[in-house]
Write a protein of this length. Structure first.
Length: 476
């Protein structure tokens, strides 16, 4: 019996300690000037609740229970303040570099970056200056991408859609957006080379937001392995390009990779190969995962709502009829797609591909009467406003007219963030979505094969069956 109690005692002490810690933490939450909320269980935090309920439900439940302005939680092993509503969005967007700095979870950095960069701050990792990023992704520069996007969309539909009576939109949109990114960022067109990059890259995007347990067979272990393969492939591409540029000074590459190899930082130093690889991986994740999700849900709603499809079809056919059969789209055509872009924005409101972004407090500050201590992580989220009845009446209804005139109130529609850290790829995404919409609706009437397909959540909303649709080619 004594032996039994000897074995039992450590467990009793552990449970008592956990209970005491939990009670103290709960009491601290209630008596401090920190935002109200719960940090969940010690070590575990509220990760399970977030995963089980999904981000939208998680945020709304805590806004209703604790505060519609800001609440605290514990996610990814970090004490975190979740800012809500347009005022919270505005505050975080406006105080970048003053009170906050960008932050990524350690698990995400391990999957994406070279090991020597994992412990660095994001500012150190993002060696490519954001001013340079804005230069190459602003509308003037992107105008040259439109014919390439159109040409690749035509070829993609010809090979992947036209031979079939039914297709799955989600996997095909990922295939198209990744091939396009390889072409525009690195001038890689060979399908086998694209596939060689795509396979490990899919492992990364599928597992980098999973539970960070690096055991064989887990999704996170796959992301770590995939990241190593992607980085190795990118280093080979970068070194080959450097050789080509050195051997032939007159050779002209107008893609992102060549510009990275030629740009210098503030001290006049060229970016090293690993820095360039880090930035290309970041761009591939941003341009591929989120944009493919956006394309998937835009087409999902077009297949689901015939009256919306009809209006988009009219607008796109007017553009198509004004051009020769082999004439590619241009900037002027994109500017005519006003209703189509309103449809896309309404899709981004209802099914936002990105859920928000993390920041880290670099000093103590106050918001809504609460103190956010230095070192706490913050999170702004689309889910505090996108379906809030206060800003979007009848929020579950698909209504593109919300974006007519002056559109939604400031800081309520935030699929691309805002302020100085607004996604620099916003215009790239707009062009890619509209060009693909044009090509699909002018060639096919699409009809959902599974009317009430279930949507799950991983890094982005994910249709369980990939949005299978019946294709009905238009009569010529």
């Amino acid at each position: 019996m004594d032996a039994f109690y000897t074995y039992l005692l450590p467990f009793v002490i552990l449970l008592a300690s956990l209970s005491l810690v939990f009670r103290l933490r709960k009491r601290n939450v209630g008596t401090s000037k920190h935002p109200p909320g719960s940090t969940g269980w010690p070590m575990v935090g509220e990760n399970m609740e977030f995963v089980m309920s999904g981000p939208e439900k998680f945020v709304y439940e805590r806004m209703n229970k604790y505060s519609p302005e800001v609440f605290q939680t514990s996610l990814l092993g970090e004490r975190m303040a979740v800012f809500c509503g347009p005022a919270g969005n505005k505050f975080l967007f406006s105080n970048e570099t003053k009170l906050l700095t960008s932050w990524w979870p350690q698990s995400m950095k391990k999957a994406l970056l070279f090991p020597s960069f994992v412990e660095n701050s994001l500012k150190e990792v993002t060696a490519l200056q954001r001013s340079f990023m804005h230069d190459i992704l602003k509308p003037e520069a992107l105008k040259h991408y439109i014919p390439v996007m159109d040409s690749m969309a035509r070829q993609h539909l010809k090979t992947e859609w036209t031979p079939h009576k039914q297709v799955k939109i989600s996997p095909l949109s990922k295939k198209y957006t990744f091939a396009l990114a390889c072409k525009l960022f690195m001038s890689i067109e060979d399908p086998e080379h694209v596939e060689r990059l795509a396979k490990p890259f899919t492992l990364v995007t599928s597992g980098m937001f999973s539970v960070p347990i690096d055991f064989p067979g887990t999704a996170y272990n796959g992301a770590i392995k995939g990241g190593k393969m992607v980085r190795a492939e990118l280093l080979a591409i970068i070194r080959q390009r450097k050789k080509e540029l050195s051997a032939n000074k007159e050779m002209v590459f107008e893609d992102l990779l060549s510009r990275m190899l030629l740009v210098t930082d503030e001290d006049g130093n060229f970016l090293n190969e690993m820095e360039i690889s880090n930035n290309i991986i970041g761009l591939l994740v941003a341009s591929h995962e989120t944009t493919s999700t956006a394309v998937t849900f835009v087409l999902n709603y077009l297949a689901e709502l015939p009256h919306i499809f009809s209006e988009v079809y009219k607008e796109q056919m007017e553009i198509a009829k004004s051009k020769g059969s082999d004439e590619l789209l241009n900037w002027e055509d994109i500017e005519k797609m006003k209703y189509s872009w309103n449809v896309a924005r309404e899709s981004l409101r209802l099914a936002p591909p990105g859920q928000g972004a993390f920041r880290e407090a670099i000093t103590d500050f106050t918001f809504a009467g609460f103190t956010i201590p230095k070192g706490w992580k913050t999170f702004w989220t689309v889910h505090s406003t996108h379906k809030n009845v206060k800003y979007f009446p009848n929020p579950e209804k698909f209504d593109p007219s919300r974006f007519e005139g002056s559109g939604p109130a400031p800081y309520t529609f935030v699929p691309f963030g805002g302020g100085p850290r607004m996604c620099p790829g916003k215009e790239y995404a707009r062009l890619e979505i509209l060009v693909f919409m044009h090509n699909v609706v002018t060639k096919f009437k699409i009809e959902k094969a599974i009317p009430n397909e279930k949507i799950t959540f991983h890094a982005s909303p994910t249709p369980m069956s990939g949005v299978p649709v019946h294709l009905h080619p238009h009569e010529k």
